[in-house]
Design a protein around this ligand. Structure first.
Ligand code: MG
Ligand code: MG
Length: 249
């Protein structure tokens, strides 16, 4: 069932989204060679909890043990923070965060370079972020879910990259994952029609090589099947009469 949000609930999500954006900036400041993904997790959790009433959504969700998903290089999503996973110069690190505030969830991910990265990786980051913006621009009343995926995939293919298909965006708000699913590929005018009060996590996951994925034996970490790098950018977006409203920046 799709659950629409009232104007008041949107304002609560926007307040949580502000904490989210600042949490990403706090993590970004801690991204450097030698930092572990557990260090980043601690920074994020402490930052979120320093705001009265805010908690990390991911901790305990489906049994996930940490506050962030931290996915390095060929890891696409759901990497578990660990003291043993240490960043090196030239790596990329995808950080996915959920914030629960005032009874509402927001969801946002960023991929950061660790110092200078190679040209292919720069293209991967640039194109993935641009594809997210194209997906957000498609979040207008009268469009359909398929228009979002079509916009994202168009940018990705033009950038000579591939879209992960096994993992999708989703409704978000009362729960972390709500209906509808929002694939990062699709056909215009297909799927549910976008209406005011719908809140979506738009989250392209984009690969340098094959779109195919596999899951590691930890049962969480999803990696590219060919070991090439992957990037992930995500915002929580509300459909409004005034156009798309990004709640997490
Ligand atoms: Mg996320
Ligand atoms: Mg999400």
């Amino acid at each position: 069932m799709v659950q629409l949000k009232s104007p008041r609930e949107l304002e609560t999500m926007a307040a949580g989204g502000k904490i989210m954006f600042a949490a990403h900036e706090a993590v970004r400041a801690a991204v450097r060679p030698g930092a572990s993904t557990l260090d980043l997790d601690r920074v994020c959790e402490n930052f979120i909890r320093s705001h009265e009433g805010a908690t990390p959504s991911f901790k305990g969700l489906y049994g996930f043990p940490a506050s962030i998903c931290a996915s390095i290089n060929e890891e696409i999503v759901h990497g578990i923070p660990s003291a043993k996973r240490v960043l090196r110069e030239g790596d990329i690190i995808s950080v996915d965060i959920g914030v629960f505030f005032g009874g509402m969830h927001t969801d946002s991910a960023r991929t950061w370079p660790v110092g200078p990265v190679d040209a292919d990786t720069e293209r991967l980051l640039r194109v993935t972020e641009t594809s997210l913006e194209a997906g957000i621009e498609a979040c207008v009343i009268g469009n359909h879910i398929g228009d979002i995926g079509a916009a994202i995939e168009g940018v990705v293919l033009k950038g000579r990259l591939t879209v992960v298909r096994e993992l999708v965006g989703h409704g978000v708000g009362f729960q972390m994952h709500e209906e509808p699913q929002v694939p990062n590929h699709g056909k215009p005018k297909r799927g549910m029609k976008l209406v005011p009060g719908l809140t979506l996590a738009i989250e392209p996951m984009v690969n340098l090589g094959t779109a195919a994925t596999r899951t590691l034996s930890d049962k969480w970490t999803v990696v590219t099947a060919d070991g090439k790098r992957s990037a992930h950018f995500e915002h929580t977006v509300a459909i409004t009469e005034q156009g798309p409203r990004v709640l997490t920046r």
